[in-house]
Design a binder for this molecule. Structure first.
Ligand SMILES: CC(C)(COP(=O)(O)OP(=O)(O)OC[C@H]1O[C@@H](n2cnc3c(N)ncnc32)[C@H](O)[C@@H]1OP(=O)(O)O)[C@@H](O)C(=O)NCCC(=O)NCCS
Length: 184
């Protein structure tokens, strides 16, 4: 298994892992698997260029991680939300931790100072994964949204976990907001 930057050619592998996450019912409020061709350009562009990584084995994408900005306000440019998905057959092998850990390294280097995970309260695997990488439970939003999933059709609580960067945004210097907003 190797980690490498995600490229536009990874569409099918990333889509397959994402689709499995949707069907699993504990990863996202989205319940419909998007149509690959139309979904991909927007999805790819919405993830920041740093920390956009995949795990690959024998040419197969087994997982991915990435970040999106939580706000378009410039002073929050270093406040991000993460995403991390691992293929069902590859869970529990440390891939999620390796992916999100590598992505966080890149976020730190880019100067991002706060990363948040928004996680269904029942998603113990993701909560544990985030905690093991230094995230702390900020709180739980009760019945934050309605989940129209066949197996999970109900209001869902969402746990908010935050990780303040150990490297970025600590000193008296202002952040390099332009670097954080670079597209790619
Ligand atoms: C959440 C997810 C990314 C975890 O990836 P993974 O590769 O299986 O996790 P890892 O093997 O790297 O384990 C990371 C940590 O979580 C723990 N963990 C993993 N699965 C667990 C589970 N089912 N219950 C409790 N802890 C679990 C591991 O023991 C490990 O803890 P440690 O660092 O203290 O040893 C994966 O389950 C997944 O893709 N789920 C579907 C999509 C999803 O929910 N994404 C997150 C949306 S918020």
């Amino acid at each position: 298994m190797r980690l490498r930057p995600m490229t536009p050619d990874d569409r099918d592998g990333v889509h397959a892992v994402y689709a499995a996450g949707i069907l699993g019912g504990d990863a996202t409020f989205f319940t419909r698997i998007p149509e690959r061709e139309s979904w991909w350009p927007e999805w790819f562009a919405a993830r920041l260029p740093f920390g956009r990584v995949v795990a690959e084995e024998d040419g197969e994408i087994l997982g991915y991680a990435g970040f999106s900005p939580t706000s378009s306000r410039p002073f929050y440019a270093g406040v991000l939300e993460d995403t991390v998905y691992v293929a069902p057959g590859a869970k529990g092998r440390g891939l999620g931790k390796a992916l999100l850990g590598a992505a966080l390294e890149e976020a730190d280097a880019a100067g991002a100072w706060l990363v948040t995970g928004l996680i269904f309260a029942e998603n113990r695997a993701s909560i544990r994964l985030h905690e093991s990488l230094g995230f702390k439970l900020f709180g739980i939003r009760e019945r934050m949204g309605w989940h129209e999933h066949p197996a999970y059709r109900r209001w869902r609580d969402v746990a908010i976990l935050d990780r303040r960067s150990p490297r970025a945004g600590l000193g008296a210097e202002p952040p390099d907001l332009e670097a954080l907003q670079a597209k790619g």
